[in-house]
Design a protein around this ligand. Structure first.
Ligand SMILES: Nc1ncnc2c1ncn2[C@@H]1O[C@H](COP(=O)(O)OP(=O)(O)OP(=O)(O)O)[C@@H](O)[C@H]1O
Ligand SMILES: [Mg+2]
Length: 553
């Protein structure tokens, strides 16, 4: 297994990609939070209090409730300037926070504000970049700070509050951020739900509608064959295997080189692959991507081509939803990009009716927003059931949770799987919870084994050295697609170490080593991607240039 030396094999996987899902004082509570909680409740009997009552989530955020916020909903189709206008407000505010669904978007915003001479920190589960004098922050939504007060806040892609697994973080940002102005950007399908939720918060709510800034034309003819691919095309498919198959097929025609973007590539690699595709001077003029490109990103895409309209959602193969199709199609012909008019089509003729119908239909109105208890609540609940492990506590809590009509309880299936393993270790509830919510990819054996090993080592020694499972200096350029996949997994384990180091810093002291090895991983992956397939002489030089970018980041 390359340079990862796992001592014990574990059959169970852990948590899926929770992105930048994190444990913070404000969100999940800490031992300090728990102590406060215990002190508060020491004189009362937990049995008389129903901790599963989640019917008034707006009361969880007293700092935000002290304020009458001006909430502005920026809604409209993709590429209509929603984020642009919200960011303009953020830029001119005295203090502010941007909360986005992706690390790439948080990076983009931090970069943009710093360039505009508005010092802006970057905070994600795996990064903390502090800029001197910064009063602004760009964060991934799970890191949204609900304990400070801001002049202006932006929550991007707010319709994600309906997401089965991550929705609760958007709900938390919506209810919990204390700001004079709160800008929410997203699909109009979320408007009635947000208005309903905010009826009880005493905020002023205003809706601002937007129109698409440049046309998006659904094509009447399918692509038919990859020999019809042109510069600026982006082919969308949903498996890693298909992405590389299509890349090979296109490159075998010796006319185009393809950049690739998909979820399990390191975010920095995704970003540089996108930059390479965007760069007119690069030979990588076609993009093959998964729905990882579907949110908010601005790419120089002329035409989106769906190679399939079906996606495996973890349970079954299903048709793409109207909002997924619109989000992805919306990447073509971005305003002020190289291509002022966007086109969208499918590889196969039989997929065209679904594409056309979806683009003409409004996204279905969102009915409910995600909700999940914080750690303190779970801890208090656990006192009623002292013999339960975390798995049972989560299971019982979710089963018994009482919610109002506007909310659903977050799907914590993946957390339950992780908890089942972590429960076997001699750890307190808070530590177990932390490992359970960490950003480990459940479908990836190496990544899940990495988590288990970190948790085991932590439970034994309270000290986890990276060298226990990883030998620096042994990473190599992958020679095959299997080796590439393995390197992607190793990157995930290193990423996980960095995440844990931000929550248990004394026990995970090798953050810098992990971060530097992560950077090497992504460089080696890019080296492979640069060498893979047919190359023009100038393209061969490109990976080296991207390495320098990576080093200077
Ligand atoms: N008034 C404007 N002046 C200059 N550029 C603009 C303006 N409005 C939008 N843009 C640019 O147009 C592109 C699309 O805008 P933006 O990203 O805000 O769209 P969006 O509605 O948020 O799209 P999505 O739903 O895909 O997130 C961006 O590159 C943005 O910088
Ligand atoms: Mg946007």
């Amino acid at each position: 297994m390359g340079s990862l030396l796992f001592r014990r094999r574990l059959s169970r996987a852990l948590l899926p990609d929770y992105g930048d899902f994190h444990c913070s004082t404000s969100k999940f509570g800490t031992s300090y939070g728990v102590c406060q909680c215990l002190r508060k409740f020491s004189s009362f009997e937990p049995k008389k209090f129903d901790f599963t009552d989640l019917t008034r989530p707006h009361t969880w955020y007293p700092i935000a409730r002290r304020k009458k916020r001006n909430v502005i909903l920026h809604v409209g189709p993709t590429n209509s300037g929603k984020t642009y206008h919200a960011l303009k407000r953020l830029e001119s505010s005295s203090s502010g926070i941007y909360c986005g669904p992706l690390r790439l978007l948080a990076w983009e915003v931090a970069q943009r504000l710093n360039k505009a001479k508005v010092p802006c920190d970057l905070v994600t589960g795996q990064e903390r970049e502090e800029v001197e004098g910064a009063k602004h922050k760009a964060v991934t939504v799970e890191m949204a700070d609900v304990t400070s007060d801001y002049n202006c806040a932006v929550v991007d892609e707010i319709q994600m509050l309906g997401c089965r697994t991550r929705g609760f973080s958007f709900t938390r940002a919506l209810l919990g951020i204390s700001a004079d102005e709160l800008h929410l950007c997203g699909d109009s399908a979320a408007v009635p739900l947000i208005q309903e939720i905010l009826k009880v918060t005493d905020d002023n709510v205003k809706v601002q509608h937007y129109e698409r800034l440049s046309p998006l034309v659904p094509s009447k003819v399918p692509l038919g064959s990859f020999s019809n691919i042109q510069t600026g095309d982006c082919i969308v498919t949903f498996s890693r295997y298909e992405i590389y198959k299509i890349k090979r097929q296109i490159e075998s025609g010796r006319k185009h080189l393809c950049s690739v973007v998909y979820g399990s590539l390191p975010p920095e690699t995704r970003s540089r692959q996108a930059t390479m595709f965007n760069d007119e001077n690069s030979d990588f003029d076609v993009l093959v991507a998964s729905d990882a490109i579907g949110m908010g990103l601005n790419l120089n895409i002329s035409r989106i081509i769906f190679s399939t309209m079906k996606k495996f959602d973890g349970i079954e193969m299903r048709d793409l939803s109207v909002s997924e199709i619109k989000q992805i199609a919306g990447r073509a012909g971005r305003y002020r990009s190289k291509f002022p008019v966007g086109e969208v089509t499918c590889l196969d003729k039989e997929d065209l009716p679904l594409l056309h119908l979806s683009l003409e239909s409004p996204s279905p109105t969102l009915e409910q927003a995600g909700l999940f208890p914080n750690f303190d609540t779970l801890f208090m609940y656990s006192r009623l059931h002292p013999s339960y492990g975390l798995h049972q506590i989560l299971e019982h809590f979710v089963k018994n949770a009482k919610l109002s009509e506007s909310y659903f309880i977050t799907d914590c299936e993946e957390m339950l799987k992780a908890a089942a393993i972590i429960d076997e270790l001699p750890l307190n509830l808070h530590d177990k919870y932390l490992f359970t919510i960490s950003p480990v990819d459940m479908d990836d054996d190496i990544s899940s084994q990495g988590l288990t090993q970190f948790a085991q080592s932590y439970s034994k020694n309270r000290m986890v050295r990276l060298r226990e499972i990883f030998t620096p200096g042994t990473l190599k350029i992958p020679k095959s697609h299997n080796a590439l996949k393995e390197l992607e997994s190793i990157h995930k384990v290193l990423d996980l170490y960095v995440w844990l180091s931000f929550h248990l810093d004394e026990s995970f002291p090798d953050r810098e080593l992990a971060a530097s090895q992560k950077a090497i991983c992504s460089m080696l992956i890019e080296e492979f991607l640069g060498r893979d397939g047919w190359q023009t002489p100038s393209a061969r030089k490109l990976p080296r240039r991207t390495h320098l970018n990576a080093l200077s980041r």
